[in-house]
Design a protein around this ligand. Structure first.
Ligand code: GSH
Length: 227
């Protein structure tokens, strides 16, 4: 039986990826949501179910097998479900999907730092810094390219919802939460993502959380801030 350990749905962008991956697996799962950074957090991170990942969420357990880091969770669930649910089957599409997922996983630091995910809020639109705008331009170009080359079979990056969408899901919430500029195919993709039932479920459940973390509540995405 799978057990996915995640942080606050309001704020934990990496957790959203792990949770969507579990949903995409179609397997039964138990979910444990932990309030990050409260007084008990340092001790909780040292417990055996989280110590393996040095206290990071998401962490997945499949009975006695631990898997951590969102992209490893995607690939593990892909492996145990027969390799058909996460990545496109066509090799060129698959290479593109893996490339943009990896680029997302290791990149876009200015955007991630300037615009922490908060799915409960829409902040006033502001002019992004040059570094954030560069990330926005690159991301929207990747989405547009994936949609036009490989997305014909559906509304998501490679048609059907899959691993690349999972990896970009928190970025989609940054576009909506910070009203970042987008148009055309990128805008349509954002609309499809926020309408996806699992994305809506995540937001609904985030709205019911009572935990508030000040550092996610102020909308930093402004040209006057360091990105
Ligand atoms: N690269 C990891 C990042 C995991 C990560 O940094 N998670 C954050 C929450 S979004 C965390 O666990 N923070 C708690 C801490 O570091 O104490 C992944 O993809 O899962």
């Amino acid at each position: 039986m799978l057990k996915i350990i995640i942080g606050n749905k309001a704020y934990s962008s990496w957790s959203l990826r792990g949770w969507l991956a579990v949903k995409q697996s179609g397997l039964p799962y138990e979910e444990v949501v932990l309030p990050m950074y409260d007084d008990a957090w340092p001790e909780r991170k040292r417990q055996p179910d989280l110590a393996i990942s040095s206290g990071k969420v998401p962490t997945l357990w499949n009975d006695d097998t631990p898997v951590w880091d969102s992209i490893a969770i995607v690939d593990y669930l892909n492996d145990i479900t027969g390799g058909t649910r996460f990545w496109p089957q066509d090799l060129a599409a698959r290479a593109f999907a893996r490339s943009i997922a990896a680029e997302m996983h290791s990149g876009f630091v200015p955007l991630r730092k300037a615009c922490p995910m908060n799915v409960r809020k829409v902040f006033p639109a502001q002019s992004p810094s040059a570094a954030v705008q560069e990330n926005v331009d690159r991301i929207t170009a990747l989405w547009t390219d994936a949609r036009s080359r490989f997305g014909k079979g559906g509304d998501f990056l490679f048609g059907a919802f899959g691993a690349a969408d999972i990896m970009f899901a928190p970025v989609v919430f940054r576009f909506t939460g910070y009203q970042l500029p987008s148009s055309g195919a990128a805008r349509d993709y954002i609309d499809a993502m926020v309408a996806h039932p699992w994305m809506r479920q995540w937001v609904d459940e985030a709205q019911k959380e009572e935990w508030v973390l000040d550092q996610y509540e102020h909308g930093l995405c402004c040209k006057n801030r360091e990105a």
